[in-house]
Design a binder for this molecule. Sequence first.
Ligand SMILES: Cc1ncc(COP(=O)(O)O)c(C=O)c1O
Length: 404
Amino acid sequence: MLAIEGGKPVRETPIVARPVVYSEEVLQAVADVLKSGVLTAQHGKWVKAFEAELASFLGVRHALAVSNGTTAIHTALKAVGVGPGDEVITTPFTFAASATAVLHANAVPVFADIDRETLNLDPASVEEKITDKTKAVVVVHLAGMPAEMDAFMKIAERYGVKIVEDTAQALGAEYRGRRVGSIGHISTFSLYATKHITSGEGGAVATDVAAYAERARLIRAHGEVGKYSYELLGYNYRMTEMQGVLAYYQLRQLPEMQRRREAYVKVLLEELAPLEGDLLTVPKPRPYMRHAWHLVQILLAVERLKKPRDYVVEALRAEGVGNVFVAYPTPLYKTPLFQRREGHGIGCPWACPYYGRRTEYKPLPNAEWAAERVVTLLVMPNLTEQDAADTAAALKKVLTVLRR
Ligand SMILES: Cc1ncc(COP(=O)(O)O)c(C=O)c1O
């Protein structure tokens, strides 16, 4: 009997996905920062050390730490020149920030459909959405799955648009032997608590283009050039030294943490193989991709189940799978913000006179298909192969009982 119906759960102690525990060395380093009294990046060494480490990890010329992944996207969009009157294409099947950062830049998000095999933006759909107003595409590597970067770079060349890689969920992923976040014109990262490396909150922007890096630097810190002289509209998007030291050490630990994620996912996929194509499908990386496994996205065969997807999620939790949730249940264009289109209080950017067009968000079939059947596991380096086996056992139990 299912645990949700009063049966014995697969796990008595629920599985919990936790960010890695910081070592004594890191705790000491944070204490040293606090004792030093140098708490901000302008005078400190740690944010700069993290930036150097990230640039070297990615193999790019410039990396800049910022306050979070959302401000990173805002900064990147402004750095490549996105502003009022522009359109930016992105996916509706993502966390809100991939699109709201476009609104922050006072530009209009245009949604393209996704590919059912990877759940990432479909290059053909992006190409269909390009207009004379398109300035950039925010390409999200969702869940850690690399997007089809070759196709996007070809589109960029053909139409003169800029590619912003939203790498918030994919630090360490690779596409044809290159790290994602090093392929587009500019890329962004999040160091939020659930991400591959974390400083609680935090973010970064990376690029090979010196002019973009220079603009991003100004945008990050009030647009200030020289003491109290302001060159452009900037913000305060700086990272603290306490975050910098955590980010630096976390990045050095990343390869080991990736190995642990991969070991967990390997067992999970092996154990789920008997259900593949029948009761569920897990989108897998193509042979030329290395997935970073921030999330495991599981697509349920909802037509074959007696109960709705949300019941499956509750049933899995009751079995002890504490790291299950739904990313993402609603394509962004269906949420009130995009339905009402009020934006900056009075309807901008949609109603901005520099834009001068009407936006209508029509349903995108693949995004809707994915949103209604996806179930997500949050992957963290603390998860063990036993956790993976138990999770697969819980899925087998729940889906078999609920089969129509
Ligand atoms: C795809 C994606 N983009 C952007 C962000 C925004 O990052 P942050 O939460 O650090 O602002 C997140 C996550 O939180 C994300 O998952």
